[in-house]
Design a protein around this ligand. Structure first.
Ligand code: ADP
Ligand code: MG
Length: 721
């Protein structure tokens, strides 16, 4: 102590000027003064060791980028595992139904249910329940932990209110957010690599966590199914992306920390086998394991050595909520031991590991009063110490140094990810709005941490570029995100996507083709023989080949059944469907719909690449309805206005055959105004009592009207009017 005072006068001066205080008798002041210098030097050393000036954060950002690349090149290529999430497509907004989500974080366990209402209604209702994970379960057996999860879920599911609705006979599906390093083996399975964030549960590492949960649900008699296993970052990305298409990165800053982002599949050398059709996939970086260039203090090293995973998760140990309070506590204990901060004896309570938690240091930093009363009472409650004003100020300086480093390093990490993405796709990240979705208790509740993080991002990117980078809190994003991913991968949805359907004769001539993915004409021609990395499932019926292009991992048998069903339905309408039916009925027009009959049948069956209906009866019934409507329409049209039928068919032919120039001329000949046409159609619809039919007719009128307007416009252009 006195050595510090004599050998380091500058430190002493700095300290006294920063924290001037006076206390009691001169003799006491003397005793304190020698401690003062020592406490001051410890603080200064802490601040120096923690410092994150520009070169440090620049180095961290660049190393993060380099480590990401190394981790993407080959498994084990760097500290960053860069795990493939198997999430290739993010929620579209069309998800519908009731879904559950479970979130096992480091501190809390949440169960959530959400009723999704599709594009228009989005999230209709949500409910959630949150519990702290009992301490003993963090060190118990795998069975105990998963039984706790399953029984909590069972209790939560029992409280489901009428706001939530599950179609009869369907199983409840769960998106399981599991915030520990998992080697994902599919969207609904993954092996736990190791526990982090202080967990030391026996018997889970090396096992499929979904299997662990399923077994526990079985033991507890819970009839639910895990449809998606997601990391909390991936859940946050999915949840935020549901509302905002510019979200490309998600970061968790809670008990632990992690980040994920949308990566191009051609930038992942270690990705073997079929690549996702979207050309993108989400990479879970597991960035908590990053370590290069992080400024560390003696307290960090001590804490790391005493942890259950020494030498690992260094980034996490310097920036996440579990550790910030503990680092501060260790610094304060050192000050108490060596510098008699808080009196001559080291307060007992303060010596207990993790006695000072991050929420405590956060609450202290919010105290803006002159006498720092809140700081005093927190120190009293947590550490059992009576503190002077100057001691409280020292405590705040310690907290600030540690939180500043944490926030700035987190910001540097984010820049590391963004600049990697920018390097690979020039101009698509920094030159447009890019959103980083943030979640986790630390980010949510700690304003100083948030602003240090933002400062580092602005410093590294410059004020102009950083305007495009929006760092946004996505509250409960991970819960909803997991539920959305459960919906995307739902069993009930038949998530298998058909890319195109082809009907060809034995000579290879295509008789029907429908594409559910955008393709160039030249590519369409090529796909009749081979197609990217998808597979083509086909079946021959007499002279016709029915071919479907699907994902390589999809179930062939299911699609063969699907082809067979399609043939059965065609048979129903054309009795023993043959090539001629397709050729001659191909352009047979339906008045109600703009489609030809075969296409109409196909649309009842497959829409946007997904099976809509697997019941033959239902499809036939619907087609029957349409046919009835067609007949009804025709008779009424005849009665209403004979010239109009001709006109309509003319218009339709024009639309299909693109012989657009005839129609406007005919329209002029008949001298029909658009209002008249519309009026005829509306009057037809009045006769029909069935609301559905009225609706269909009105829509159909609009469609026709639209076509006619289009024709007028085209003609006006042709005539140069
Ligand atoms: P988990 O990480 O377990 O999923 P959260 O995201 O809710 O859970 O984060 C909890 C962590 O957030 C706590 O461990 C704590 O470190 C931090 N935290 C919670 N509340 C606060 C607060 N008021 N101020 C600062 N940090 C907080
Ligand atoms: Mg969490």
């Amino acid at each position: 102590m006195s050595v510090a005072a004599t050998t380091s006068p500058a430190v002493g001066t700095l300290y006294v000027s920063r924290f001037p205080w006076s206390r009691g008798m001169p003799r006491v002041t003397m005793a304190l003064r020698s401690n003062v210098v020592s406490v001051g030097s410890i603080l200064t050393k802490l601040q120096q060791d923690c410092a994150t000036p520009f070169p440090v954060i620049r180095h961290v950002a660049d190393s993060m980028t380099a480590d990401m690349r190394a981790g993407l090149a080959v498994d084990g290529g760097s500290n960053l595992k860069m795990i493939l999430s198997y999430v290739d497509s993010l929620p579209s907004g069309n998800e519908k139904g009731l879904f559950y989500a479970l979130d096992l974080g480091g501190t809390n366990f949440r169960a959530l249910r959400v009723q999704l209402g599709g594009k228009e209604e989005r999230v209709v209702a949500t409910e959630f329940e949150q519990l702290s994970i009992p301490q003993e379960l963090m060190f118990g057996t795998s069975e105990e932990l998963f039984d706790f999860i399953a029984s909590t879920l069972a209790g939560f599911a029992e409280k489901e209110s009428e706001k939530f609705h599950l179609p009869h006979g369907r199983q409840r599906e769960i998106g399981f957010t599991f915030s520990f390093p998992v080697k994902q083996t599919s969207i609904d399975s993954g092996i736990l690599m190791k526990w982090t964030k202080g967990f030391a549960v026996s018997g889970t590492a090396g096992r499929d966590v979904v299997a662990c949960l399923n077994e526990a649900m079985e033991r507890q008699g819970v009839d639910m199914r895990v449809s998606a296993l997601v990391n909390d970052t991936v859940g946050t990305l999915a949840g935020a992306r549901y509302w905002d298409d510019d979200v490309l990165v998600a970061v968790i800053l809670g008990t632990g920390t992690n980040a994920c982002y949308v990566e191009r599949t051609d930038c992942i050398p270690k990705l073997q086998g079929p690549k996702s059709s979207s050309g993108r996939t989400i990479i879970n970086t597991e960035w908590g394991a990053f370590s290069d260039g992080i400024p560390l203090t003696a307290f960090d090293r001590d804490m790391d050595a005493a942890s259950i995973n020494p030498g690992e998760q260094i980034f996490e140990k310097t920036i996440s909520g579990m550790y910030l309070g503990e680092i501060a506590r260790r610094a304060l204990v050192s000050m108490a031991e060596e510098g008699s901060l808080f009196g001559m004896a080291v307060p007992n309570k303060l010596s207990t590991p993790f006695a000072l938690r991050t929420p405590d240091i956060c609450a202290m930093q919010q105290d803006k009063s002159d006498d720092l009363q809140a700081v005093g009472s927190i120190l009293h409650n947590v550490a059992g110490v009576e503190s002077s004003l100057s001691e409280r100020r020292i405590v705040l300086e310690v907290c600030d140094a540690i939180v500043k480093r944490g926030g700035r390093l987190a910001g540097a990490g984010i820049v590391g990810i963004l600049q990697k993405m920018e390097q690979d796709s020039k101009g698509t990240i920094f030159n447009k709005r890019t959103v980083v979705a943030m979640d986790g208790g630390l980010y949510e509740h700690y304003p100083q941490y948030r602003s240090y993080l933002q400062d580092a991002v602005t410093e590294l990117l410059g004020s102009e570029t950083s305007k495009n980078i929006v760092i946004e809190h996505s509250k409960d994003g991970s819960g909803i995100g997991a539920a959305l991913l459960a919906a995307t991968n739902s069993n009930n949805r038949l998530a298998m996507m058909i890319r195109f359907i082809l009907l060809q004769n034995r000579q290879g001539k295509t008789r029907l083709a429908k594409y559910y993915v955008p393709l160039e004409d030249s590519e369409k021609h090529k796909v009749e023989y081979e197609f990217r990395t998808h597979k083509v499932i086909y079946r021959r019926y007499a002279g016709l080949f029915f071919a479907l292009c699907v994902d390589i991992t999809d179930n062939e048998l299911a699609y063969l059944e699907c082809i067979h069903l399609f043939v059965e339905i065609l048979d129903h309408f054309f009795s023993n469907v043959c090539e001629l039916d397709l050729v001659f009925n191909f352009h047979k027009l339906c008045l109600i719909s703009v489609s030809s009959k075969v296409y109409l049948i196909l649309d009842e069956f497959i829409l946007a690449g997904e099976l809509q209906e697997t019941s033959k009866r239902a499809i036939i019934e619907r087609m029957g309805e349409l046919e009835k409507l067609d007949c009804y329409f025709l008779t009424h049209l005849k009665q209403a206005s004979s010239y109009f039928v001709i006109l309509q068919i003319l218009a339709r032919n024009c639309f299909f055959n693109l012989s657009i120039s005839i129609a406007p001329v005919s329209l002029c000949l008949y001298g029909v105004s658009l209002c008249e046409i519309f009026g005829v159609f509306i009057s037809c619809s009045y006769d029909i009592m069935d609301v559905y039919k009225q609706f269909a007719i009105v829509i159909s009128c609009n469609l026709l009207l639209f076509q006619i307007v289009l024709l007028f416009q085209v003609d006006a252009k042709n005539l140069g009017a």
